[in-house]
Design a protein around this ligand. Structure first.
Ligand SMILES: Nc1ncnc2c1ncn2[C@@H]1O[C@H](COP(=O)(O)OP(=O)(O)OP(=O)(O)O)[C@@H](O)[C@H]1O
Ligand SMILES: [Mg+2]
Length: 449
């Protein structure tokens, strides 16, 4: 049996243990609470940061943002909508979307939600009632789904059309300026090539003009003699006298010559007209409709004029068939051909052998024209830069470096191809490919034809 004196002290120690364990549990619970409190505060801070991040994005947006539920009641807006409507966020939230839309567009808006079930809505034009009248907007709408994927509303983003239109206008103006600058560039390069051709053309015009002059002088002399003879007839001179006059002035020969003198003069005038027409075609700023044209004529006139102007003699191997048509703008292609031939001649300035070879054929519906020279070729690092505007290896004043870049643009616009490469047996080969004339494409005319 236990001693009565021992019992109270035992009871006391077990109740102390119980208290200690209760206090320990409370301490633990308190520590847990403090820990959770810290976590909650951290989460709160993160949430606050995320909220202010999204709020700053929304307020920075110049586009209007509207979030609404499936019945069209507005649940969220951004400051762009507040500014546009003149209402603040608390006034806007809870409003029905159609109340913000101009009456003529309400039916359209009513259909948005059902339409969204099928597809997103893009660039739909509606008008919102703004504080200073209606404002046209281009709207994009996306569905808003809950976690289970059910449609619970929509998000609309609208860009004021005025701003869009201004951006389009600016874009159009910039585009027009670039186009104008490009046209001027093409024109100035054309004028530069034309300038180089003028010496050849002047020489070309000289020929027919000088024989027209010669013929006219002869005709003038014959006219004087005939007038003297008719005066003698009118004065009633004897037959013998008139015969003697005819022989002395060699009138019979003059009369026989008259026809050929007139024909020759006409021919000379025709030649002048042809040259002027060629020049007009080349220098024209007006772009005519694309059409079939005589490629052989384009190549030959370009070659003729350039060769006329070149000082050193050049051996020309002309393998161009007499009948070759292509499709496009003859004047522009003439400009390309002039530049290719001119480049070839320029390249051979210091070469001992100056040989220019021209080949052309129709192959698989395309007209292929090649210019080959016996110059030094093109250095590796220059090859990749040939079509860059202003790339030139010629001395100042001798080349603008625009020839190939403009030619490339012209050929691309024609759906053709232009390539320049070193030939394996020396020199450079330039290759121009264009659509052949549809009728001739079937005949496949080649050099041997
Ligand atoms: N046949 C060729 N042989 C050697 N180099 C060539 C040949 N064709 C073109 N090139 C090189 O390409 C460069 C660019 O030619 P491009 O026709 O664009 O300009 P350019 O002839 O220098 O000047 P522009 O044609 O405007 O008067 C030339 O300066 C030259 O270095
Ligand atoms: Mg050139």
């Amino acid at each position: 049996m236990a001693k009565p004196s021992d019992q109270p002290s035992e009871n006391l120690s077990s109740s102390e243990d119980a208290w200690v364990s209760v206090i320990q549990k409370m301490d633990e619970a308190y520590a847990d609470l403090v820990h959770y409190q810290v976590e909650v505060e951290e989460k709160n801070a993160e949430l606050e940061e995320a909220r202010s991040f999204f709020a700053s994005i929304q307020s920075a947006m110049s586009d209007v943002l509207i979030v609404c539920d499936h019945s069209g009641a507005i649940e969220g807006v951004n400051s762009a909508l507040e500014q546009l409507t003149g209402l603040n966020e608390s006034e806007l939230i809870g409003l029905s979307l159609p109340e913000l839309v101009a009456p003529a567009y309400r039916q359209k808006i009513d259909q948005f939600l059902s339409q969204l079930n099928r597809e997103p809505i893009r660039d739909c034009e509606i008008e919102l009632i703004g504080r200073d009248g209606t404002v046209p907007l281009s709207m994009n709408c996306s569905p808003r789904n809950n976690r289970r994927g059910r449609l619970v509303g929509m998000v609309m983003v609208g860009r004021p059309l005025g701003e869009l239109q201004r951006a389009y206008k600016e874009l159009n103006e910039a585009h027009a300026e670039v186009q104008l600058a490009q046209e001027r560039l093409v024109q100035s390069e054309k004028m530069a090539s034309l300038g180089r051709l003028v010496a050849g053309v002047a020489h070309e015009l000289n020929n027919p003009i000088s024989f027209v002059y010669g013929n006219m002088h002869a005709l003038q002399r014959y006219t004087d003699r005939l007038c003297t003879y008719f005066d003698a007839i009118n004065e009633g001179h004897s037959r013998e006298h008139l015969r003697a006059m005819r022989e002395q002035m060699r009138l019979d020969k003059a009369i026989r010559d008259l026809n050929s003198l007139v024909d020759g003069t006409m021919e000379g005038a025709d030649r002048v007209r042809e040259i002027v027409n060629d020049l007009r075609q080349f220098s024209s700023t007006q772009i005519s409709e694309k059409a079939s044209f005589d490629m052989t004529h384009v190549i030959r006139t370009a070659l003729h004029w350039i060769i006329k102007e070149s000082r050193a003699p050049v051996e020309v191997i002309d393998n161009v068939p007499d009948q070759l048509t292509a499709f496009g703008h003859a004047g522009q292609i003439h400009q390309v051909v002039v530049n290719l031939i001119q480049n070839a001649l320029d390249a051979m300035t210091d070469s001992e052998t100056k040989r220019l070879q021209l080949d052309a054929e129709i192959c698989e519906g395309r007209m292929i024209f090649e210019v080959r020279d016996s110059g030094p070729g093109i250095e590796e690092e220059a090859l990749s830069r040939l079509f860059e505007p202003f790339f030139t290896t010629k001395p100042v004043g001798m080349g603008t470096g625009l020839g190939l870049s403009i030619s490339y643009g012209i050929v691309s616009q024609h759906g053709g191809e232009l390539s320049i490469a070193n030939h394996e047996s020396g020199g450079v080969i330039a290759r121009l490919e264009l659509d052949a004339d549809a009728a001739q494409a079937g005949e496949e005319i080649t050099d041997d034809a």
